[in-house]
Design a binder for this molecule. Structure first.
Ligand code: SF4
Length: 69
């Protein structure tokens, strides 16, 4: 599996919900904006959490991309 996660800074509004859903992969900066810890998602569990966080983001700022094997 090869998957990555990124935040579109033009859409991120600092709701911080992403860090609740994927706390091991996203931290918050001092203003509450999401910051990706590691863009590479290491396993299925991380991918699942990343997808959940992306679905929860009210601004659609979180992008999870999976490469076809
Ligand atoms: S939930 Fe979305 S808008 Fe809020 S901090 Fe995370 S990426 Fe940004």
């Amino acid at each position: 599996m090869s998957a990555t996660i990124r935040i579109d800074p033009t859409r991120c509004r600092g709701h911080a919900i992403c860090a609740v859903f994927f706390s091991s992969g996203i931290e918050l900066d001092q203003w509450g904006y999401g910051k990706i810890i590691d863009v590479e998602l290491q396993d299925e569990r991380a991918l699942k959490r990343a997808r959940r966080a992306a679905n929860a983001c009210p601004n659609g700022a979180l992008v999870v991309e999976e490469a076809l094997a």
